[in-house]
Write a protein that binds this ligand. Structure first.
Ligand SMILES: Cc1cc2nc3c(=O)[nH]c(=O)nc-3n(C[C@H](O)[C@H](O)[C@H](O)COP(=O)(O)OP(=O)(O)OC[C@H]3O[C@@H](n4cnc5c(N)ncnc54)[C@H](O)[C@@H]3O)c2cc1C
Length: 411
C-alpha cells in the first residue's frame, strides 16, 4: 500500500493538487509532458479577473514546490503504463532527454549563434525558435532544452562548445508506486483549421484568441506590441468572433466558459495600446457569470468597445491584408459585410485527451473530458474534467487532492 500520489499534468491544476497533498505530508510525483511546469496559464499575457501576469500566481506555487521536499516533478515525461489498483498502483514513466545539465550554465549567447529553426509552438506558430530554447517566461525549471530535430549546419559543433550541453543524454524509464492518481491534463486550443467558413486558420490577419495572448505578451514574438501579423501595421479596427467552433455539434459541442471573458480582456489589451482603436465583439450571447458580470460591465463601459449580437457566417481576406466579416445582426436581421485590420477567433478549450488515450483506465465522455475514475482511486482536476477558469481549476484541484488523500489513507 502506498501513501504517495501521482499527478499527471503540471499546469495550474496539477501543481495545486500536488501542493495540497504534499503540504499534508504526502509524497507527490508530478509527471508533465512539456519541458516546463505552468501549463497554458504560462501562455497568457494577463489573467482575469484581476488582470495580473501569470507570474503572480505561478511564482508563489513554484516557491512552494522548491520549499517542499515531498513534491518531485518530472518534465518531458509521460506515463506509459499503469498496473495494479488503488492503493497499489505501479506506474511506468518515460522521461525524454533534455540534453542540458541540471546546473545549466548561461546559454543565451549560444542561441544566437545557431542556424536551424523550428516552429515555436509556445507562440502558436507566430515565431520560430532555435534548437536550444527556453521560450517560457520565468521558466520552471529554469533550464534550456535542446531539440535535435531543429539543428542545422554547424549547430552541433556550436552546442558542444558549452559544457552544459550533453547531446549524448538518453531517455529513461522509471517506476513509481502510488496509492492514488490525479489527472490534470488540461486543455488544448480547438484547431482553427477545422473552421472552413472562418478562414480555416489560413488568413494571416485572422488569429486565434491564444495567438492574441502571445501577441500581447512582453515575452511574445512582438514583445507585446499588438500588430497585424502580415505587415506589422498598427490595428485600428479589430473584431472578435465569439463561439468560433463552440456550441456547434460539428466542432466543440459545448461552451468553453471562459471565451467571452477572454475576448473582453483582450479588447482591453488592444484599447490600452491604441486609444483610438474600435473594437466589435460579435456574440451569440455573452456569458459572463457570477463575479464576471462586473468585469464585463467595466470593459463594456468603454464606448469604443461594441458588443453586437450576431452570428458570423464567413471570414475572408481581401488583397490588402484587411479581413472581411459577413455577419447577420440577430436583433435587426440585417446582413452586412464589414472590414477589419485584425480578426480574433474566440476558439474554445478542447480537453487534451480528445483524440488521445492515456494508459490509465479511466472513462472519458464523447468530448474527451474525464467522467469516471473515482471508484478506482483516480480523480480528474481542472480542465481535464470540464472547461474552467484558473480560480475554479484550483478549487477543482484541491477537491481532487482531498479525494486522493482520503483514498491513500483508506477513508
Ligand atoms: C484565450 C484564453 C484565455 C484565457 N484567459 C484566462 C484568464 O484570463 N483567466 C482565467 O482564470 N482563465 C483563463 N483561461 C483559462 C485557463 O487557461 C485555464 O483555466 C487553465 O489553463 C486550466 O489549468 P489546467 O492545469 O487545468 O490545464 P492546463 O493549463 O492545460 O495544464 C495542463 C498541463 O498538463 C500537461 N499535459 C497534458 N497532457 C499530458 C499528458 N498526457 N501527460 C503529462 N502531462 C500532460 C500539459 O502540458 C499542461 O502543462 C483562458 C483560456 C483561453 C482559451
Amino acid at each position: 500500500m502506498s501513501n504517495s500520489i501521482l499527478v499527471v499534468g503540471g499546469g495550474f491544476s496539477g501543481i495545486t493538487a500536488a501542493l495540497e497533498a504534499a503540504e499534508l505530508g504526502h509524497e507527490v510525483y508530478i509527471v508533465e509532458k512539456s519541458p516546463y511546469l505552468g501549463g497554458r496559464v504560462m501562455q497568457l499575457n494577463k489573467y482575469f479577473p484581476k488582470l495580473c501576469p501569470p507570474s503572480c500566481g505561478l511564482e508563489i506555487q513554484y516557491q512552494r514546490i522548491r520549499n517542499n521536499p515531498n513534491v518531485k516533478f518530472f518534465t518531458q515525461a509521460q506515463v506509459v503504463a499503469v498496473s495494479g489498483k488503488s492503493p497499489d498502483f505501479k506506474v511506468k514513466v518515460r522521461i525524454e532527454p533534455r540534453y542540458t545539465s541540471a546546473t545549466s550554465v548561461e546559454m543565451a549567447e549560444l542561441v544566437d549563434e545557431l542556424e536551424g529553426t523550428a516552429t515555436d509552438e509556445f507562440n502558436f506558430g507566430l515565431a520560430e525558435r532555435k534548437a536550444l530554447y527556453m521560450d517560457v517566461p520565468f521558466a520552471f525549471p529554469h533550464r534550456y532544452v535542446v531539440d535535435p530535430a531543429a539543428m542545422a549546419g554547424e549547430d552541433e559543433k556550436v552546442l558542444h562548445r558549452n559544457p552544459g550541453v550533453d547531446l549524448d543524454q538518453e531517455g529513461k524509464e522509471i517506476e513509481l508506486e502510488v496509492g492514488s492518481i490525479v489527472i490534470a491534463t488540461g486543455w488544448k486550443p480547438y484547431d482553427a483549421s477545422q473552421l472552413t467558413n472562418l478562414g480555416a486558420g489560413e488568413i494571416t490577419n485572422c488569429v486565434t484568441n491564444m495567438q492574441l495572448e502571445r501577441l500581447a505578451a512582453a515575452s511574445g514574438p512582438t514583445k507585446g506590441d499588438i500588430k497585424r501579423p502580415s505587415d506589422g501595421k498598427a490595428v485600428k479596427k479589430v473584431a472578435f468572433v465569439q463561439c468560433a467552433g463552440s456550441r456547434d455539434q460539428n466542432h466543440l459541442n459545448f461552451c468553453s466558459y471562459i471565451c467571452c471573458m477572454a475576448s473582453l480582456k483582450q479588447a482591453a489589451y488592444v484599447r490600452e495600446q491604441y486609444p483610438d482603436a474600435e473594437i466589435t465583439i460579435f456574440y451569440i450571447d455573452l456569458r459572463t457569470p457570477e463575479r464576471y458580470q462586473k468585469f464585463a460591465a467595466k470593459i463594456l463601459a468603454d464606448e469604443k468597445i461594441t458588443a453586437v449580437k450576431g452570428k458570423v457566417a464567413a471570414v475572408a481576406e481581401d488583397g490588402s491584408g484587411d479581413v472581411l466579416i459577413t455577419v447577420e445582426n440577430a436583433v435587426s436581421g440585417i446582413k452586412t459585410e464589414q472590414r477589419f485590420d485584425l480578426v480574433v477567433l474566440a476558439t474554445g478549450m478542447q480537453p487534451s485527451l480528445a483524440g488521445e488515450k492515456l494508459p490509465i483506465d479511466v472513462e472519458v465522455d464523447a468530448d474527451g473530458f474525464i467522467v469516471g475514475g473515482a471508484d478506482q482511486g483516480i480523480f480528474a482536476a481542472g480542465c481535464a474534467k470540464k472547461p474552467l477558469d484558473v480560480m475554479k481549476s484550483a478549487q477543482s484541484a484541491t477537491g481532487a487532492a482531498m479525494k486522493a488523500i482520503q483514498t491513500v489513507r483508506g477513508r
